[in-house]
Design a protein around this ligand. Structure first.
Ligand SMILES: [Zn+2]
Length: 213
């Protein structure tokens, strides 16, 4: 814990001191973020750093492999869906961003498991099975260009397909679909390459490099 406590003290003496009035305002008036980001729990992809945002800017949900499950009010415990509901009905956030990333461990686990394989853990395999349509689409796309035997390529395609499937799943939530149709909420897909620090933005069916400057 020592590294975290030391980090907190640096924050307290530095960032907090410089922005204390903003923290006080946000504490008193509440949040009104313009963006909801659904990102991966991966420690190498920190949206606050990647997008240089501050407190109050982004309503953030991070789960394993930035998966968005389809709308399923079935009495189960749905953390990401609960966050989406609050983001829409409570905060009326005008932008939902799904942020995928390279070298995603959750996606690699999904690619490596055949759909019929028995679960090897309590939660993880079942959670990642939500993204199976992305796995199918990735193998199909990989076969089309002759790289279905290249695991890294299949994972890369699957990471990007997972963002597209997530965007489709967002539209199965009736209170998201109605806001998108009314034009009050926009959906976006992004993909971050950890090693190169490059960002790609989904345009139609293709991810396009965002110029870094
Ligand atoms: Zn990940």
């Amino acid at each position: 814990m020592d590294a975290l406590i030391a980090g907190y003290r640096r924050f307290r003496a530095g960032y907090y001191e410089q922005h204390s009035s903003k923290f006080e305002r946000l504490g008193a008036k509440g949040q009104k973020p313009h963006y909801m980001i659904i990102g991966c729990a991966d420690s190498r992809v920190d949206p606050s750093i990647n997008f240089d945002t501050g407190p109050g800017d982004v309503f953030m949900v991070r789960n394993v492999a930035n998966v968005v499950p389809p709308y399923a009010p079935d009495g189960d415990h749905h953390g990401t869906s609960a966050a989406l509901e609050f983001a829409m009905k409570g905060l009326e956030i005008p932008n939902i961003v799904i942020l995928g990333h390279a070298k995603c461990g959750g996606i690699a686990a999904l690619v490596d498991r055949e759909p019929g394989d028995a679960p090897t853990n309590d939660f993880l395999d079942l959670w990642m099975s939500v993204a199976r349509p992305a796995r199918r689409a990735a193998f199909k796309a990989a076969e089309a260009v002759g790289v279905a035997d290249d695991r890294d390529q299949v994972c890369h395609l699957c990471e990007q397909e997972n963002v597209k499937i997530g965007l489709k799943n967002l539209m199965t939530f009736p209170w998201i679909a109605e806001r998108v149709k009314a034009g009050t909420t926009k959906l976006h897909g992004l993909y971050f390459d950890i090693t190169k620090g490059e960002l790609y933005r989904l345009n139609g069916e293709a991810f396009e490099l965002v110029p870094p400057a």
